[in-house]
Design a binder for this molecule. Structure first.
Ligand code: ATP
Ligand code: MG
Length: 655
């Protein structure tokens, strides 16, 4: 019933215990980390901070908590870029590869730690010359080229905060983010490669800069060689001002609580928020999670996080976590289907990738394309797989495990947000028995709970709102320029608990399952039904590659479920198949969750980070005016779906 909880409908029986082959070499194979954190959580994080990072001054307190303001390691000083670079070079690892960078056209660069330190120091000196000072903000807008992490680390080195804007955004989005952060300098590129053509980043930047009073200078990386306009007195080429700088630039000791960066959320639910992350706690938790969740062995592993540096996943698991841990990483510039749909697998084979971290949306795309693409390549170097960004459908999990991991690699489903800065809920691969589709348990040192409308724990099993119960080191320190929105969004829904905005449940064994955003929960005949469970049931059918469901106003049941389905290659839409899918859901999770309508589609509306935007589908199904679509990857998708939905809906009352 509608008692402020979410119904628990889907049950998953498959389990995958860590294999002996994996646990033998695993960094964590027992409960020690959990036990230590249970015993003394602050002491636990302090130990991680001391072990994983180098500090200039020691902190005077581990945590000062004045809800909702946290201060971790107050009084301590460190520098993030020094922790990512200098100390590894000084310890004799200068020749170790930091990045195997692969350009979309097939060009490649191998960058060692010594080279990266050199590049970062020069870039930092150039930024200083352009007037950037400690405390300033630098906006960054480019594709996935090495100069992107170099710029981020250069900012960190001199104590300026970066604000990276995903290179796929329009000039309006770039302008708004620059203005919100009041950035002084923009670092961009002439262009970016995307599926063989050039996206003209500089001219998009020029449009944005027409209306950004805070910007004084614009530094331009040459990547694609297209002709661009350079404005006198404002614009300078990277090649003209960076390589000539001195390669010595002493890292600025930063207070643990000094702003490291601002990053805007993906905008799945509405207007993006400028999330603030500071230095000491953030670096501690990204290093800790990168080390233990991915079981990183820095001398032998090759880590590849396929995210873009424009998202938090790229910040934490391409730049700060891996480099702090002296990982060797792959960084790829382009899309998974260029020049063909096997590009990812060619890269895994070429570099011998051992740890692969990607998103459910990408995995579902590979499922749709078929197994012949991964089958073309030798993927036996892989030993661990990870996912982040959305709930992963159990069928997609099993597909990933089988077809990519060869049935040998643990799959870590990691739940976290831009706001949390680092992974929060995830298996430890040598410890946790996995269930496909479950992010399993909070990591050591993390407190999570599931509560009902009134903030009371729902118990086990049970479903409701996911909250975080204790401050964590990499937590956001607020929303840039809007402290009230920070309180309202995260700290006012429930007392003394952080409201994540996601629904979750615990099964009989206490495993956590993320159920999607609470805004998307459907109320059908008095039951709160999560989008994730119905979508999982649809994807469970062999004909379905991807599915999204929303609640549509219904006279009889309050809301009825409207499903939007993408079929796997080789299947044709038909009324018969729609009926079969509706029955399949009813059979798997019960008649209450049976979709009233099924619309077959080629595409779903997604954010630029690849997440399904259900609120737009809701608008489609209610035939409302479309809301804010500025973060939509392809606005025409919604219009197309809307047309088909409305023509199908005119004859859909079969029940
Ligand atoms: P906005 O907050 O602007 O709407 P967003 O929430 O999409 O954008 P992110 O911070 O990139 O921006 O995404 C975090 C969200 O992604 C989580 O709150 C959750 O909804 C979803 N998510 C991330 N990882 C997982 C996961 N492993 N399982 C389920 N959901 C996940
Ligand atoms: Mg969010």
């Amino acid at each position: 019933m509608a008692d402020g909880t979410i119904d628990d409908l889907l049950s998953e029986g498959r389990t995958f215990a860590p294999t002996k082959a994996f646990t033998q070499g695993a960094l964590a194979a027992g409960m020690d980390l959990y036990d230590a954190a249970d015993e003394d959580v602050e002491g636990f994080w302090a130990r991680q901070a001391a072990e994983l990072l180098d500090w200039h001054d020691e902190w005077r307190s581990i945590l000062e908590w004045d809800e909702p303001d946290a201060s971790w390691f107050a009084g301590g000083t460190l520098n993030a870029s020094e922790n990512c670079l200098d100390r590894h070079v000084e310890a004799g690892h200068g020749e170790q590869v930091a990045f195997y960078w692969e350009g979309e056209p097939g060009d490649a660069r191998t960058i060692t730690y010594a080279q990266l330190l050199d590049d970062v120091a020069r870039a930092a000196n150039a930024l200083k010359e352009l007037g950037v000072e400690k405390g300033d903000r630098v906006a960054v807008y480019m594709g996935m080229v090495p100069e992107l992490p170099i710029t981020m680390l250069a900012c960190a080195r001199i104590g300026a905060a970066h604000s990276v804007v995903f290179g796929g955004f329009t000039h309006d989005s770039l302008r708004d983010r620059i203005n919100d952060a009041e950035a002084k300098v923009l670092v961009t590129a002439d262009g970016a490669w995307r599926r063989g053509s050039v996206i003209d980043l500089k001219s998009i930047s020029d449009d944005a800069l027409a209306d950004t009073p805070s910007i004084e200078r614009c530094l331009v990386v040459r990547r694609t060689g297209n002709s661009v306009e350079m404005r006198d007195g404002r614009d300078v080429w990277w090649d003209d001002v960076v390589p000539t700088q001195s390669s010595t630039c002493p890292p600025e000791p930063m207070d643990a609580e000094q702003l490291l960066y601002i990053l805007y959320t993906s905008g799945t639910t509405g207007k993006p928020k400028g999330i603030m992350h500071t230095t000491g706690g953030y670096m501690t938790q990204v290093a800790f999670t990168h080390k233990y969740v991915f079981d990183l062995h820095p001398d032998t592993d090759v880590f590849w996080c396929t995210a873009d540096c424009g998202w938090v996943t790229g910040h934490s698991y391409i730049v700060y976590g891996p480099l702090a841990n002296r990982a060797t990483s792959v960084m790829y510039e382009g899309t998974p289907d260029y020049p063909d749909k096997d590009r990812f697998w060619a890269i895994v084979e070429k570099y011998g990738v051992t740890l692969l971290y990607t998103a459910p949306t990408v995995i579902r795309m590979f499922m749709k394309w078929g197994t012949e693409y991964p089958a073309k390549h030798d993927l036996t170097s892989l030993r661990l797989l990870g996912t982040v960004g959305e709930p992963i459908n159990p069928e997609a999990w099993v597909w990933y495990w089988q077809e990519i991991g060869g049935g040998r690699c643990p799959v870590v489903d990691t739940w976290w947000q831009t706001e949390t800065g680092a992974i929060m809920i995830s298996p430890l691969p040598g410890v946790t028995t996995l269930k496909p589709g479950s992010a399993t348990f909070p990591l050591p040192g993390i407190g999570a709970e599931i509560v009902n409308d009134d903030g009371a724990p729902v118990g086990v099993p049970g479903g409701g709102y996911l909250v975080l119960t204790t401050p964590w080191p990499s937590m956001l320190r607020g929303i840039w320029g809007d402290p009230q929105r920070y309180r309202d969004t995260y700290w006012s829904r429930f007392e003394h608990q952080y409201f994540a905005g996601d629904g979750a449940k615990r099964d009989d064994d206490g495993y956590l399952w993320l159920l999607g955003r609470v805004d998307d929960v459907m109320l059908v005949a008095g039951h709160n039904i999560s989008t994730a469970e119905v979508e999982h049931a649809l994807v469970d059918h062999t004909a379905v590659a991807e599915a999204a469901v929303v609640g549509k106003t219904d006279e009889l049941t309050g809301q009825a479920i409207a499903a939007f389905v993408i079929l796997r290659g080789g299947n044709e839409p038909s009324d018969g198949l729609a009926a079969e899918l509706r029955d399949h859901v009813a059979e798997i999770i019960g008649p209450i969750a049976k979709p009233k309508t099924v619309l077959f589609t080629e595409e779903l509306p997604k954010t630029r980070s690849g997440k399904i935007m259900r609120r737009l589908l809701r608008n489609v199904s209610e035939d409302e005016q479309l809301g804010d679509t500025t973060t939509l990857a392809d606005p025409s998708v919604v219009e197309g779906i809307k047309e088909r939905y409305l023509s199908a809906a005119s004859g859909d009352d079969e029940e």
